[in-house]
Write a protein that binds this ligand. Structure first.
Ligand code: ADP
Length: 177
């Protein structure tokens, strides 16, 4: 991630984050109670590298971030080795797993594969600061919140694309590259 000049006119995190206004909403995982089948469908229907984990769809409170590849490996392992984990089994990212109703399959506990403190900025954070943090911490992605509610995600590629766009739009900024 090179030169910050493109951001001198104060692009904000909300200008770079996804989803855009007209995009489908962020693909998230709810921390308790999604079934193995629901999560497998989410994995099959998207190609994102990871998913934010939230308390509930209503609250959009961020709990952590889980990588796609870790989810796939853990579910595959559980299906093969863990006694009784099947499509309707519930997945829990919570510390404690509530007792399951009688005759339901055993739950799958995946708190261990979740990043409990994913990097987060607010939607009003200036992009030059976000770029600095990406560089210094070697981030691949960062989450965007407003008043504690999860709004979006910015990946390293999103930043690079945005920088390229700015360079095209504003001929002067090419001088800095
Ligand atoms: P990359 O940006 O390196 O291709 P991803 O494949 O994870 O990484 O993301 C592709 C695009 O989708 C990016 O623009 C990113 O902001 C967005 N994105 C990433 N994760 C999610 C998600 N869980 N829900 C919605 N959009 C996402």
């Amino acid at each position: 991630l090179e030169s910050k000049e493109e951001f001198s006119h104060k692009t904000l995190a909300m200008d770079v984050m996804r989803p855009r206004r007209c995009d489908p909403p962020l693909s998230v995982i709810v921390q308790d109670g999604m079934s193995v089948e629901e999560v497998e469908t989410l994995i099959a229907e998207t190609s994102y590298s990871g998913f934010p984990v939230v308390v509930s769809h209503e609250s959009q409170r961020l709990v952590g971030f889980v990588l796609r590849r870790d989810l796939i490996i853990s579910i595959d392992n559980a299906r093969q080795r863990q006694e009784g984990v099947v499509s309707p089994s519930r997945i829990f990212f919570t510390e404690y797993t509530p007792p399951q109703p009688p005759n339901s399959p055993p739950p799958l506990k995946l708190r261990g594969i979740m990043d409990l403190s994913p990097f987060t900025v607010t939607d009003h954070t200036a992009m030059d600061i976000v770029v600095d943090i990406f560089r210094k911490l070697g981030l691949r992605q960062c989450l965007v919140t407003h008043n504690g509610r999860l709004l979006g995600i910015i990946t390293k590629k999103d930043i690079l694309k945005h920088m390229a766009q700015m360079a095209n739009r504003d001929p002067d900024s090419i001088l800095f590259n």
